[in-house]
Structure formats: structure tokens, C-alpha cells
Design a protein around this ligand. Structure first.
Ligand SMILES: [Zn+2]
Length: 85
């Protein structure tokens, strides 16, 4: 018999956002409500992580704005957004 474990969570369950440098594996970790900006360089090895103006950078900006807005209006929303991992 094979079993599979699935984890489903909604946005309010997110405790931290973690960004990891693929070069040195150091992490930038913050709570969603404290996520003010995205580090463009690794705080440890100084490797560039994102380039401003690129699609990837803009996507991170949109992700941050979307997450914060969805959390801000969580109580009054009639929609629950869940992710499964
Ligand atoms: Zn690094």
C-alpha cells in the first residue's frame, strides 16, 4: 500500500517567506507583514540575486503586493485561497 501525504494551507498560514541564495544557501527570512523589499544581492556572499527591471524581479514585486493585499483583506473576503504541497 502506498500512502501520500498532502499539505494544504491557506495564505494566513504562511509564517515566513524564505529566499535562499543558490550559491551559498544562506537565507533571507521574514514574516509576510514584514516583507518590505527584496534583497537584490545575497547578504552573505554578495552574489546578485535579482536584477531590477527584469521579469523575475517584477514577478517578485507582484507576488509581494498580491500576498500582502490578500492578507490585508482576508477577513472580509468571501474567497479562501489554498495551496497544496
Ligand atoms: Zn549567497
Amino acid at each position: 500500500m502506498t500512502t501520500e501525504t498532502r499539505v494544504v494551507f491557506d495564505l494566513k498560514d504562511i509564517k515566513t517567506i524564505q529566499f535562499e541564495c543558490k550559491t551559498c544557501h544562506s537565507r533571507f527570512v521574514c514574516a509576510p507583514e514584514k516583507w518590505n523589499a527584496m534583497p537584490l544581492y545575497c547578504g552573505n556572499c554578495k552574489e546578485p540575486l535579482l536584477t531590477e527591471g527584469t521579469t523575475q524581479h517584477q514577478s517578485i514585486v507582484y507576488l509581494r503586493e498580491s500576498l500582502l493585499n490578500l492578507l490585508k483583506f482576508y477577513q472580509e473576503s468571501k474567497l479562501v485561497v489554498r495551496f497544496e504541497i
